[in-house]
Design a protein. Structure first.
Length: 455
Protein backbone atom coordinates (compact mmCIF):
# COMPACT_ATOMS: atom_id res chain seq x y z
CA UNK A 1 0.00 0.00 0.00
CA UNK A 2 1.41 3.38 -1.00
CA UNK A 3 2.14 6.27 1.36
CA UNK A 4 -0.12 8.45 -0.80
CA UNK A 5 -3.05 6.10 -0.28
CA UNK A 6 -2.47 6.07 3.47
CA UNK A 7 -2.23 9.86 3.60
CA UNK A 8 -5.42 10.33 1.57
CA UNK A 9 -7.25 7.85 3.79
CA UNK A 10 -6.39 9.88 6.89
CA UNK A 11 -7.02 13.26 5.27
CA UNK A 12 -10.54 12.07 4.40
CA UNK A 13 -11.57 11.29 7.96
CA UNK A 14 -15.32 12.04 7.79
CA UNK A 15 -15.63 12.80 11.51
CA UNK A 16 -13.00 15.52 11.83
CA UNK A 17 -14.00 19.14 11.13
CA UNK A 18 -12.12 20.55 8.15
CA UNK A 19 -8.82 22.12 9.12
CA UNK A 20 -8.01 25.54 7.68
CA UNK A 21 -6.17 24.09 4.66
CA UNK A 22 -9.05 21.69 3.93
CA UNK A 23 -11.93 24.12 4.37
CA UNK A 24 -13.88 25.25 1.30
CA UNK A 25 -16.72 27.77 1.21
CA UNK A 26 -19.51 25.95 -0.63
CA UNK A 27 -22.25 28.49 0.09
CA UNK A 28 -22.77 29.24 -3.62
CA UNK A 29 -23.80 25.63 -4.24
CA UNK A 30 -25.79 25.41 -1.01
CA UNK A 31 -28.00 28.30 -2.09
CA UNK A 32 -27.48 30.35 1.04
CA UNK A 33 -25.12 32.58 2.93
CA UNK A 34 -21.94 31.64 4.74
CA UNK A 35 -22.38 30.95 8.45
CA UNK A 36 -19.30 32.87 9.57
CA UNK A 37 -20.23 35.97 7.56
CA UNK A 38 -23.82 36.06 8.76
CA UNK A 39 -23.02 35.45 12.42
CA UNK A 40 -20.20 38.00 12.53
CA UNK A 41 -22.39 40.62 10.85
CA UNK A 42 -25.05 40.08 13.50
CA UNK A 43 -22.42 40.13 16.21
CA UNK A 44 -21.15 43.50 15.07
CA UNK A 45 -24.67 44.97 14.90
CA UNK A 46 -26.12 43.59 18.12
CA UNK A 47 -26.24 45.64 21.32
CA UNK A 48 -27.18 42.58 23.37
CA UNK A 49 -25.95 39.01 23.52
CA UNK A 50 -26.89 36.72 20.63
CA UNK A 51 -28.63 33.37 21.02
CA UNK A 52 -28.03 31.93 17.54
CA UNK A 53 -29.42 28.62 16.26
CA UNK A 54 -27.61 26.55 13.63
CA UNK A 55 -29.13 23.47 11.99
CA UNK A 56 -28.50 21.06 9.16
CA UNK A 57 -28.48 17.42 8.18
CA UNK A 58 -26.18 15.02 9.99
CA UNK A 59 -22.84 15.10 8.19
CA UNK A 60 -23.57 18.17 6.06
CA UNK A 61 -20.53 20.07 7.37
CA UNK A 62 -21.80 21.94 10.44
CA UNK A 63 -18.69 21.29 12.54
CA UNK A 64 -16.44 22.44 9.69
CA UNK A 65 -18.44 25.66 9.37
CA UNK A 66 -18.20 26.22 13.13
CA UNK A 67 -14.44 25.63 13.02
CA UNK A 68 -14.15 28.21 10.23
CA UNK A 69 -16.26 30.64 12.26
CA UNK A 70 -13.98 30.12 15.25
CA UNK A 71 -10.92 30.94 13.13
CA UNK A 72 -12.54 34.11 11.77
CA UNK A 73 -13.62 35.27 15.22
CA UNK A 74 -10.14 34.85 16.62
CA UNK A 75 -8.29 36.26 13.60
CA UNK A 76 -10.63 38.77 11.93
CA UNK A 77 -9.76 40.91 8.90
CA UNK A 78 -7.82 44.08 9.62
CA UNK A 79 -9.90 46.70 11.39
CA UNK A 80 -12.47 44.28 12.84
CA UNK A 81 -12.52 43.40 16.55
CA UNK A 82 -11.36 39.94 17.65
CA UNK A 83 -13.43 37.62 19.81
CA UNK A 84 -12.49 34.72 22.06
CA UNK A 85 -14.30 31.65 20.69
CA UNK A 86 -14.89 28.66 22.94
CA UNK A 87 -15.93 25.62 20.89
CA UNK A 88 -17.50 22.94 23.08
CA UNK A 89 -17.86 19.47 21.60
CA UNK A 90 -20.78 18.27 23.71
CA UNK A 91 -19.91 14.69 22.81
CA UNK A 92 -17.11 14.97 25.39
CA UNK A 93 -19.59 15.73 28.18
CA UNK A 94 -23.05 14.41 27.37
CA UNK A 95 -24.59 10.99 27.24
CA UNK A 96 -26.89 11.72 24.32
CA UNK A 97 -29.42 9.19 25.62
CA UNK A 98 -29.52 10.75 29.10
CA UNK A 99 -28.88 14.50 29.09
CA UNK A 100 -30.15 17.37 31.20
CA UNK A 101 -29.60 21.09 31.68
CA UNK A 102 -27.12 20.64 34.54
CA UNK A 103 -24.85 18.60 32.24
CA UNK A 104 -24.84 21.39 29.65
CA UNK A 105 -24.20 24.15 32.19
CA UNK A 106 -21.30 22.28 33.79
CA UNK A 107 -19.80 21.70 30.33
CA UNK A 108 -20.03 25.40 29.46
CA UNK A 109 -18.52 26.69 32.70
CA UNK A 110 -15.65 24.22 32.93
CA UNK A 111 -14.78 24.48 29.21
CA UNK A 112 -14.75 28.28 29.36
CA UNK A 113 -12.55 28.25 32.46
CA UNK A 114 -10.13 25.76 30.88
CA UNK A 115 -9.95 27.71 27.59
CA UNK A 116 -9.21 31.00 29.36
CA UNK A 117 -6.44 29.46 31.43
CA UNK A 118 -4.87 27.35 28.69
CA UNK A 119 -4.89 30.01 25.97
CA UNK A 120 -4.53 33.25 27.94
CA UNK A 121 -3.41 32.33 31.44
CA UNK A 122 -6.63 33.70 32.95
CA UNK A 123 -7.97 31.82 35.95
CA UNK A 124 -11.56 32.16 37.17
CA UNK A 125 -11.73 31.94 40.94
CA UNK A 126 -13.92 32.63 43.97
CA UNK A 127 -17.26 32.10 42.27
CA UNK A 128 -20.43 30.11 42.75
CA UNK A 129 -19.50 27.31 40.40
CA UNK A 130 -16.13 26.78 41.98
CA UNK A 131 -17.91 26.19 45.28
CA UNK A 132 -20.66 24.06 43.76
CA UNK A 133 -18.28 21.80 41.87
CA UNK A 134 -16.28 21.23 45.02
CA UNK A 135 -19.50 20.35 46.83
CA UNK A 136 -20.40 17.62 44.33
CA UNK A 137 -16.91 16.40 43.40
CA UNK A 138 -17.27 13.54 45.88
CA UNK A 139 -19.63 11.90 43.38
CA UNK A 140 -17.09 11.63 40.55
CA UNK A 141 -13.59 11.88 42.08
CA UNK A 142 -11.58 9.18 43.79
CA UNK A 143 -10.68 9.48 47.47
CA UNK A 144 -7.09 10.28 46.50
CA UNK A 145 -8.25 13.12 44.22
CA UNK A 146 -10.58 14.49 46.90
CA UNK A 147 -7.72 14.49 49.41
CA UNK A 148 -5.69 16.71 47.07
CA UNK A 149 -7.84 19.66 48.12
CA UNK A 150 -9.92 22.21 46.24
CA UNK A 151 -10.51 21.44 42.57
CA UNK A 152 -9.78 24.55 40.44
CA UNK A 153 -12.50 25.42 37.97
CA UNK A 154 -10.14 25.15 35.00
CA UNK A 155 -9.09 21.65 36.08
CA UNK A 156 -12.70 20.50 36.48
CA UNK A 157 -13.11 20.08 32.70
CA UNK A 158 -11.51 16.65 32.55
CA UNK A 159 -13.12 15.56 35.81
CA UNK A 160 -16.65 16.68 34.88
CA UNK A 161 -16.43 14.88 31.53
CA UNK A 162 -16.29 11.61 33.51
CA UNK A 163 -19.98 12.05 34.27
CA UNK A 164 -20.77 11.04 30.69
CA UNK A 165 -19.60 7.51 31.44
CA UNK A 166 -20.97 7.23 35.00
CA UNK A 167 -24.79 7.36 35.16
CA UNK A 168 -24.89 6.91 38.94
CA UNK A 169 -22.56 9.85 39.57
CA UNK A 170 -24.44 11.88 36.96
CA UNK A 171 -27.74 11.27 38.77
CA UNK A 172 -26.23 12.21 42.14
CA UNK A 173 -24.81 15.46 40.78
CA UNK A 174 -28.14 16.36 39.18
CA UNK A 175 -30.02 15.60 42.39
CA UNK A 176 -27.67 17.84 44.35
CA UNK A 177 -27.79 20.73 41.86
CA UNK A 178 -31.39 20.59 40.58
CA UNK A 179 -32.92 22.50 43.54
CA UNK A 180 -30.44 25.30 42.84
CA UNK A 181 -31.20 25.54 39.09
CA UNK A 182 -32.69 29.04 39.17
CA UNK A 183 -29.70 30.40 41.07
CA UNK A 184 -27.33 28.41 38.82
CA UNK A 185 -28.57 30.31 35.79
CA UNK A 186 -28.02 33.62 37.57
CA UNK A 187 -24.61 32.54 38.78
CA UNK A 188 -23.39 31.33 35.41
CA UNK A 189 -24.06 34.82 34.10
CA UNK A 190 -21.94 36.20 36.94
CA UNK A 191 -19.17 33.80 35.89
CA UNK A 192 -19.55 35.14 32.34
CA UNK A 193 -19.18 38.70 33.62
CA UNK A 194 -16.05 37.77 35.55
CA UNK A 195 -14.64 36.04 32.46
CA UNK A 196 -15.48 39.06 30.31
CA UNK A 197 -13.80 41.43 32.75
CA UNK A 198 -10.62 39.34 32.93
CA UNK A 199 -10.58 38.91 29.16
CA UNK A 200 -10.76 42.64 28.58
CA UNK A 201 -7.98 43.32 31.06
CA UNK A 202 -5.82 40.85 29.18
CA UNK A 203 -6.58 41.78 25.59
CA UNK A 204 -7.73 45.38 25.39
CA UNK A 205 -5.21 47.94 24.17
CA UNK A 206 -5.25 51.63 24.93
CA UNK A 207 -6.45 52.54 21.43
CA UNK A 208 -9.08 49.80 21.15
CA UNK A 209 -12.52 51.03 20.11
CA UNK A 210 -14.26 47.73 20.85
CA UNK A 211 -13.75 45.68 23.99
CA UNK A 212 -13.17 41.96 23.41
CA UNK A 213 -15.81 39.41 24.31
CA UNK A 214 -16.14 35.65 24.12
CA UNK A 215 -18.45 33.46 22.03
CA UNK A 216 -19.70 30.09 23.26
CA UNK A 217 -20.17 27.55 20.44
CA UNK A 218 -22.03 24.40 21.50
CA UNK A 219 -21.46 21.82 18.77
CA UNK A 220 -23.23 18.45 18.43
CA UNK A 221 -26.05 19.51 20.74
CA UNK A 222 -28.46 18.33 18.03
CA UNK A 223 -27.36 14.74 18.68
CA UNK A 224 -29.17 14.58 22.02
CA UNK A 225 -31.71 11.77 21.74
CA UNK A 226 -33.21 11.78 25.22
CA UNK A 227 -33.41 14.89 27.39
CA UNK A 228 -34.99 15.67 30.74
CA UNK A 229 -36.67 12.29 31.01
CA UNK A 230 -38.78 12.84 27.86
CA UNK A 231 -39.38 10.31 25.09
CA UNK A 232 -36.49 9.72 22.71
CA UNK A 233 -36.27 11.86 19.59
CA UNK A 234 -38.44 14.83 18.72
CA UNK A 235 -40.10 15.05 22.16
CA UNK A 236 -36.71 15.43 23.85
CA UNK A 237 -35.48 17.90 21.24
CA UNK A 238 -38.63 19.97 21.72
CA UNK A 239 -38.15 19.88 25.50
CA UNK A 240 -34.59 21.23 25.27
CA UNK A 241 -34.95 23.89 22.58
CA UNK A 242 -38.59 24.96 22.92
CA UNK A 243 -39.95 24.18 26.38
CA UNK A 244 -36.72 25.03 28.21
CA UNK A 245 -35.56 27.71 25.83
CA UNK A 246 -35.15 30.21 28.69
CA UNK A 247 -32.29 28.14 30.09
CA UNK A 248 -30.37 28.54 26.81
CA UNK A 249 -31.54 31.96 25.64
CA UNK A 250 -31.10 33.27 29.20
CA UNK A 251 -27.32 32.83 29.08
CA UNK A 252 -25.77 36.32 29.11
CA UNK A 253 -23.19 35.51 26.45
CA UNK A 254 -22.99 35.23 22.69
CA UNK A 255 -23.97 31.60 22.10
CA UNK A 256 -24.44 29.34 19.10
CA UNK A 257 -26.49 26.19 19.61
CA UNK A 258 -26.68 23.40 17.04
CA UNK A 259 -30.13 21.86 16.80
CA UNK A 260 -31.66 19.08 14.69
CA UNK A 261 -33.03 19.87 11.25
CA UNK A 262 -36.19 17.89 11.87
CA UNK A 263 -37.12 20.17 14.80
CA UNK A 264 -36.64 23.22 12.56
CA UNK A 265 -38.90 21.65 9.89
CA UNK A 266 -41.52 20.45 12.39
CA UNK A 267 -44.65 22.37 13.39
CA UNK A 268 -42.61 23.73 16.32
CA UNK A 269 -40.18 25.40 13.92
CA UNK A 270 -41.83 28.84 13.88
CA UNK A 271 -41.60 29.04 17.67
CA UNK A 272 -37.81 28.95 17.55
CA UNK A 273 -37.52 32.39 15.95
CA UNK A 274 -39.74 33.81 18.70
CA UNK A 275 -37.60 32.36 21.48
CA UNK A 276 -34.12 32.99 20.12
CA UNK A 277 -32.53 35.74 18.03
CA UNK A 278 -34.15 35.08 14.69
CA UNK A 279 -34.75 32.05 12.50
CA UNK A 280 -32.21 29.23 12.68
CA UNK A 281 -29.41 29.34 10.12
CA UNK A 282 -29.87 26.12 8.12
CA UNK A 283 -26.98 24.52 6.22
CA UNK A 284 -28.49 22.53 3.32
CA UNK A 285 -26.72 19.93 1.24
CA UNK A 286 -24.47 20.95 -1.64
CA UNK A 287 -26.74 20.78 -4.68
CA UNK A 288 -25.55 18.17 -7.17
CA UNK A 289 -28.52 18.07 -9.55
CA UNK A 290 -31.28 20.37 -10.76
CA UNK A 291 -34.62 20.19 -9.04
CA UNK A 292 -36.93 19.63 -11.99
CA UNK A 293 -34.74 18.00 -14.64
CA UNK A 294 -32.30 16.11 -12.37
CA UNK A 295 -29.54 17.20 -14.72
CA UNK A 296 -26.15 17.53 -12.99
CA UNK A 297 -25.61 20.87 -11.26
CA UNK A 298 -22.09 21.66 -12.35
CA UNK A 299 -21.24 24.26 -9.71
CA UNK A 300 -22.05 21.81 -6.93
CA UNK A 301 -20.08 19.00 -8.56
CA UNK A 302 -17.13 21.35 -9.10
CA UNK A 303 -17.13 22.40 -5.45
CA UNK A 304 -17.24 18.80 -4.24
CA UNK A 305 -14.34 18.03 -6.57
CA UNK A 306 -12.40 21.00 -5.21
CA UNK A 307 -13.11 19.79 -1.67
CA UNK A 308 -11.52 16.46 -2.59
CA UNK A 309 -8.65 18.19 -4.38
CA UNK A 310 -7.69 19.87 -1.12
CA UNK A 311 -7.73 16.52 0.69
CA UNK A 312 -5.64 14.59 -1.83
CA UNK A 313 -2.99 17.29 -2.43
CA UNK A 314 -0.13 17.19 -3.38
CA UNK A 315 -1.43 14.40 -5.62
CA UNK A 316 -3.63 15.59 -8.46
CA UNK A 317 -7.22 14.45 -8.38
CA UNK A 318 -6.73 12.87 -11.81
CA UNK A 319 -3.96 10.68 -10.39
CA UNK A 320 -6.06 9.65 -7.38
CA UNK A 321 -9.35 8.68 -9.08
CA UNK A 322 -10.31 7.16 -12.38
CA UNK A 323 -12.76 9.52 -14.07
CA UNK A 324 -15.75 7.17 -13.76
CA UNK A 325 -14.94 6.51 -10.09
CA UNK A 326 -14.86 10.25 -9.36
CA UNK A 327 -18.15 10.84 -11.19
CA UNK A 328 -19.80 8.09 -9.16
CA UNK A 329 -18.52 9.49 -5.86
CA UNK A 330 -19.76 13.00 -6.56
CA UNK A 331 -23.18 11.97 -7.84
CA UNK A 332 -23.99 9.40 -5.16
CA UNK A 333 -22.80 11.50 -2.24
CA UNK A 334 -25.94 13.57 -2.69
CA UNK A 335 -23.89 16.61 -1.73
CA UNK A 336 -23.36 15.37 1.82
CA UNK A 337 -19.71 16.01 2.65
CA UNK A 338 -19.42 13.32 5.32
CA UNK A 339 -20.94 10.76 2.99
CA UNK A 340 -18.48 11.72 0.26
CA UNK A 341 -15.47 11.43 2.58
CA UNK A 342 -16.78 8.14 3.97
CA UNK A 343 -16.98 6.71 0.45
CA UNK A 344 -13.45 7.91 -0.34
CA UNK A 345 -12.01 6.48 2.86
CA UNK A 346 -13.70 3.14 2.28
CA UNK A 347 -12.57 3.10 -1.35
CA UNK A 348 -9.00 3.63 -0.13
CA UNK A 349 -9.38 0.53 2.04
CA UNK A 350 -10.49 -1.45 -1.02
CA UNK A 351 -7.55 -0.26 -3.14
CA UNK A 352 -3.96 -1.43 -3.24
CA UNK A 353 -2.63 1.50 -5.21
CA UNK A 354 -3.65 4.67 -6.98
CA UNK A 355 -5.70 5.50 -8.93
CA UNK A 356 -8.85 4.41 -7.12
CA UNK A 357 -10.97 2.35 -9.52
CA UNK A 358 -14.73 2.28 -10.01
CA UNK A 359 -14.91 -1.22 -8.53
CA UNK A 360 -13.46 0.03 -5.22
CA UNK A 361 -15.93 2.91 -5.15
CA UNK A 362 -18.81 0.51 -5.80
CA UNK A 363 -17.71 -1.60 -2.83
CA UNK A 364 -17.49 1.53 -0.70
CA UNK A 365 -21.11 2.39 -1.48
CA UNK A 366 -22.38 -1.08 -0.68
CA UNK A 367 -22.35 -0.51 3.09
CA UNK A 368 -24.78 2.38 2.62
CA UNK A 369 -26.88 0.14 0.39
CA UNK A 370 -27.11 -2.50 3.13
CA UNK A 371 -27.89 0.11 5.79
CA UNK A 372 -30.71 1.82 3.92
CA UNK A 373 -32.25 -1.35 2.48
CA UNK A 374 -32.68 -2.83 5.97
CA UNK A 375 -33.41 0.26 8.08
CA UNK A 376 -36.08 2.16 6.14
CA UNK A 377 -39.55 1.27 7.49
CA UNK A 378 -41.88 -0.44 5.02
CA UNK A 379 -44.44 2.37 5.00
CA UNK A 380 -41.76 4.93 4.06
CA UNK A 381 -41.15 3.48 0.60
CA UNK A 382 -44.40 4.74 -0.91
CA UNK A 383 -43.88 8.21 0.55
CA UNK A 384 -40.35 8.27 -0.83
CA UNK A 385 -41.70 7.33 -4.26
CA UNK A 386 -44.40 10.02 -4.02
CA UNK A 387 -41.78 12.64 -3.19
CA UNK A 388 -39.57 11.51 -6.06
CA UNK A 389 -42.43 11.70 -8.55
CA UNK A 390 -43.83 15.02 -7.36
CA UNK A 391 -43.34 18.11 -9.52
CA UNK A 392 -42.03 20.52 -6.91
CA UNK A 393 -40.62 18.05 -4.37
CA UNK A 394 -41.89 19.54 -1.14
CA UNK A 395 -42.58 17.54 2.01
CA UNK A 396 -45.87 17.85 3.93
CA UNK A 397 -45.45 20.15 6.91
CA UNK A 398 -45.12 18.31 10.20
CA UNK A 399 -45.39 14.82 8.68
CA UNK A 400 -43.59 12.62 11.25
CA UNK A 401 -42.49 10.13 8.60
CA UNK A 402 -40.77 12.78 6.50
CA UNK A 403 -39.21 14.32 9.62
CA UNK A 404 -37.78 10.88 10.39
CA UNK A 405 -36.48 10.65 6.81
CA UNK A 406 -34.62 13.93 7.26
CA UNK A 407 -33.08 12.46 10.40
CA UNK A 408 -31.94 9.21 8.78
CA UNK A 409 -30.83 10.90 5.52
CA UNK A 410 -33.13 8.95 3.22
CA UNK A 411 -34.40 12.41 2.21
CA UNK A 412 -32.02 15.35 1.70
CA UNK A 413 -32.75 19.08 1.82
CA UNK A 414 -31.55 21.57 -0.80
CA UNK A 415 -32.00 25.29 -1.48
CA UNK A 416 -31.66 26.86 -4.92
CA UNK A 417 -30.60 30.34 -3.86
CA UNK A 418 -29.79 32.90 -6.50
CA UNK A 419 -30.79 36.48 -7.23
CA UNK A 420 -34.19 35.85 -8.82
CA UNK A 421 -37.49 35.45 -7.02
CA UNK A 422 -36.51 35.93 -3.33
CA UNK A 423 -39.22 33.55 -2.16
CA UNK A 424 -38.44 30.72 -4.56
CA UNK A 425 -34.71 31.17 -3.93
CA UNK A 426 -35.12 30.59 -0.19
CA UNK A 427 -37.69 27.80 -0.27
CA UNK A 428 -36.22 24.39 0.58
CA UNK A 429 -36.92 21.39 -1.63
CA UNK A 430 -36.20 17.73 -1.08
CA UNK A 431 -34.77 14.76 -2.94
CA UNK A 432 -34.55 11.09 -2.18
CA UNK A 433 -31.01 10.08 -1.28
CA UNK A 434 -29.38 8.91 -4.55
CA UNK A 435 -28.32 5.62 -2.94
CA UNK A 436 -31.92 5.00 -1.82
CA UNK A 437 -33.18 5.75 -5.36
CA UNK A 438 -31.21 2.75 -6.63
CA UNK A 439 -32.66 0.24 -4.16
CA UNK A 440 -35.07 -2.44 -5.33
CA UNK A 441 -37.71 -1.56 -2.73
CA UNK A 442 -37.74 2.05 -3.87
CA UNK A 443 -37.97 1.11 -7.55
CA UNK A 444 -40.82 -1.28 -6.77
CA UNK A 445 -42.71 1.43 -4.87
CA UNK A 446 -42.18 3.88 -7.71
CA UNK A 447 -43.33 1.35 -10.28
CA UNK A 448 -46.48 0.58 -8.28
CA UNK A 449 -47.25 4.27 -7.94
CA UNK A 450 -46.73 4.82 -11.67
CA UNK A 451 -49.27 2.09 -12.46
CA UNK A 452 -51.82 3.66 -10.13
CA UNK A 453 -51.35 7.07 -11.75
CA UNK A 454 -51.46 5.73 -15.31
CA UNK A 455 -54.80 6.36 -17.09
Amino acid sequence: MSDDLRRIYNHCDPYKPAADDFYLDCSAARGGGMLSQEFIRRLQLADDHLSFLFAGHIGCGKSSELAELSRRLEQPPYGQPPYFPVVIDTNEYLDYYDADTTDIILAIVTELAAALRDRLGIELYDNYFLRRINEVKKFFLSEVEIAEGELPLWAAKVKVSRLKRDPDARHQVRTALAPKMSSMLDEINMVFEQARSELRKKLVSSDASTLPDFVIILDNLEKIRRFGGREEGLDSQRELFVERYSQLAGLAAHCIFTLPLRLVRSTDGPQLAQRYDGDPFVLPMIKVCERATRRPFQLGLDQLQELLRKRVSPCSIEDVFDADALDFLLAYSGGQTRGLLTFVQSACAYSQQLPIRLQAVHRAAQQAVRTYSTSIPHHHWQKLAELDMSEYRYIPGGDPDFLAMLENLSVLEYINGGEGDPFAAAEPWYAVNPIVRELGQFKAARSSLSKVKSP
